[in-house]
Design a protein around this ligand. Structure first.
Ligand code: FAD
Length: 431
C-alpha cells in the first residue's frame, strides 16, 4: 500500500476552475494530496469553442467540462475566495449562488485551511467605464454568454421577418458590431460570416443582403499577437467576406440599440459584442503581493510559479498561474495554452518531488505552440512555430476543435456534430 495513505496528506487549495485550475485539480496525485477546489463555477469552459457555440456549430454542452466527476476524490466548494491570509494559510470564502433563494444561514463566510495554495482566478472584462457597455453589450467568456448571443441572433432574424417592418429597421436589427480586434473578436466575425452566408441565407432568404458585421478596433491594427503581414492578410480576408474593419475607433457611449463613436456618430445595432479588454478580478486587486507594472496588473511569480511577496522574496507555499499571473521578467500571453503548460508543469513538480519548495527539477519554460484565428469562408491565419494563412489555416482551426479537449466523450460528440452539420446544416432553428 502507498505509504502516503498513512500520513497526513498535504492540503492543496486551488482557486478557480478555468483552464489552469481545472487541469491542475484533475492532474494532482490524490494519494499524495488532499485537494480542495474553490470556484463559483461548477464547470470549466472550453473557451476556444465558444464562438462556434454562439453560432450554433456545437451544442453548448460540448464547451464545458464538469468539475465533479465519478471516481475522483477532489473536494469542490461553490464559492468565491475573498481573502488569502498567507501567514495563517487560510482562505476566506463566500458562497456563490445567484438564483437560489438563500436564507441568512446559507450566506455565511467560511474558511479553508491549506498547506499550499494555487491561485488561478483568471481575469474579468474591462468596459473602460464607457457608459452603457455593462448593461447592453454581450460578452463571450462563459457558455451562458454564448447561449445568450445565439438566442439574440435568432430573435434579430425573427423580428426582422415581421410583416411590414421598414427596411432601415431590418438593416439595423441585422447589424452586428464587434468591439475588439483581438483573436476573440476576429474569430467571432469569421464564424458569423459563415452562419449568415450559409445557414441563415437559406432559412431567411428574404434577409440575405441585409446582414452586416463590423469590427471596431481601438488601435490601428487587428490581431496584435500576429506579424504585420498576417494582420494585413486577415484584414483583407475579412473584407472579402464583407466584414468591415474600423481602426482607431473611439466609442463614447452605448445605448440599448446604438453605439456612439467620435468618428461616425451614432450607429444602430442588433447585437453588440464586447470582445476586448481584460482587468484583474477583485481578489487579485486586493492581494498584497508583487504585481507586474506594465500592461494588465498580474501576480508575479518566480520561474517555478511561486508567488513573489511585496519585498520580492518567494512565498514557498503559494503558487499562481493562468491569465492572473506572469513570471517575473517575462511577458507570456494570457492564453489557454500558457495556462495548460503551467498546470502540467506544477502537476509534474508536485506529484514527483516530496516537497516542491526545495527547488528540485527544472524551472518552467514555455513551449511556443501555434495560434490560430479563423476569419470565415475556410480562411484564417496561423502564427507560432510556422506562419501560414488560407485553407491550411482553416484546417488547423478545425482540427484545433478536437485538440483542445482532453475528453474522449467530447471528441466523439464534436466529430458526430461535424457529420450531422455536413449532412443537414447546423442545428440552429432549435433553442
Ligand atoms: C472566446 C475566447 C476564446 C479564446 N480562445 C483561445 C484560444 O483559441 N487559444 C488560447 O490559448 N486561449 C484562448 N482564449 C484564452 C483562454 O480562455 C484564457 O487564457 C484561459 O481561460 C485562462 O485560464 P485561467 O485558468 O487563468 O482563467 P479562466 O479560464 O478565466 O478561469 C478563472 C476561474 O476562476 C474563477 N474565479 C474568479 N475569481 C475567483 C475567486 N475570487 N474565487 C474563486 N474562483 C474565482 C472563475 O469563476 C473561473 O472559474 C480564449 C478566450 C476567450 C474568452
Amino acid at each position: 500500500m502507498d505509504h502516503h495513505c498513512h500520513k497526513h496528506k498535504e492540503r492543496i487549495a486551488i482557486i478557480g476552475t478555468g483552464w489552469a485550475g481545472y487541469a491542475l485539480a484533475h492532474g494532482l496525485d490524490l494519494n499524495k494530496f488532499s485537494v480542495t477546489v474553490v470556484s463559483p463555477e461548477t464547470t470549466s469552459t472550453m473557451t476556444p469553442l465558444l464562438a462556434s457555440v454562439a453560432c450554433g456549430l456545437f451544442d453548448f454542452r460540448l464547451a464545458q467540462e464538469p468539475i465533479r466527476r465519478k471516481r475522483r476524490g477532489i473536494k469542490y466548494i461553490k464559492a468565491c475566495v475573498t481573502h488569502i491570509d498567507f501567514e495563517e494559510k487560510t482562505l476566506s470564502c463566500h458562497p456563490a449562488f445567484s438564483h437560489l433563494a438563500m436564507s441568512e444561514s446559507d450566506v455565511h463566510e467560511f474558511q479553508v485551511y491549506y498547506d499550499k495554495v494555487v491561485i488561478a482566478p483568471g481575469t474579468r472584462i474591462d468596459t473602460f467605464n464607457i457608459p452603457g457597455v455593462e448593461e447592453y453589450a454581450y460578452f463571450l467568456k462563459k457558455v451562458a454568454d454564448a447561449q445568450a448571443i445565439r438566442n439574440r441572433i435568432s430573435e434579430m432574424f425573427e423580428m426582422a421577418s415581421i410583416p411590414n417592418i421598414p427596411e432601415d429597421r431590418q438593416r439595423q436589427l441585422l447589424n452586428v458590431i464587434i468591439v475588439g480586434g483581438g483573436p476573440t473578436g476576429i474569430g467571432m466575425a469569421g464564424e458569423l460570416t459563415d452562419l449568415f452566408q450559409d445557414d441563415y441565407s437559406e432559412l431567411y432568404p428574404h434577409l440575405r443582403d441585409k446582414t452586416r458585421v463590423s469590427v471596431h478596433a481601438f488601435s490601428h491594427k487587428i490581431l496584435s499577437p500576429y506579424d504585420t503581414n498576417l494582420q494585413e492578410y486577415a484584414t483583407q480576408s475579412l473584407n472579402r467576406n464583407n466584414v468591415w474593419v474600423k481602426f482607431d475607433s473611439h466609442i463614447t457611449r452605448v445605448t440599448a440599440n446604438a453605439i456612439e463613436t467620435q468618428e461616425e456618430g451614432r450607429i444602430g445595432y442588433g447585437l453588440l459584442l464586447w470582445a476586448t479588454g481584460e482587468r484583474p478580478v477583485p481578489l487579485v486587486d486586493s492581494l498584497d503581493v508583487s504585481k507586474s507594472t506594465h500592461g494588465m496588473r498580474r501576480i508575479l511569480t518566480d520561474s517555478r510559479l511561486r508567488v513573489l511577496k511585496k519585498d520580492g522574496t518567494v512565498d514557498v507555499n503559494s503558487y499562481a498561474l493562468g491569465d492572473a499571473a506572469d513570471i517575473d521578467g517575462e511577458s507570456l500571453p494570457p492564453t489557454a495554452e500558457v495556462a495548460l503548460q503551467k498546470a502540467d508543469y506544477l502537476i509534474h513538480q508536485f506529484n514527483t518531488f516530496p516537497t516542491p519548495d526545495i527547488e528540485p527539477g527544472v524551472p518552467f519554460r514555455y513551449k511556443q505552440r501555434q495560434l490560430v484565428t479563423y476569419t470565415g469562408r475556410k480562411d484564417g491565419v496561423v502564427a507560432g512555430k510556422k506562419e501560414y494563412s488560407g485553407y491550411g489555416a482553416w484546417l488547423s482551426w478545425k482540427s484545433g476543435n478536437l485538440m483542445w479537449t482532453r475528453s474522449w466523450r467530447r471528441r466523439i460528440m464534436i466529430s458526430v456534430t461535424w457529420v450531422l452539420n455536413w449532412l443537414g446544416g447546423r442545428d440552429i432553428a432549435r433553442n
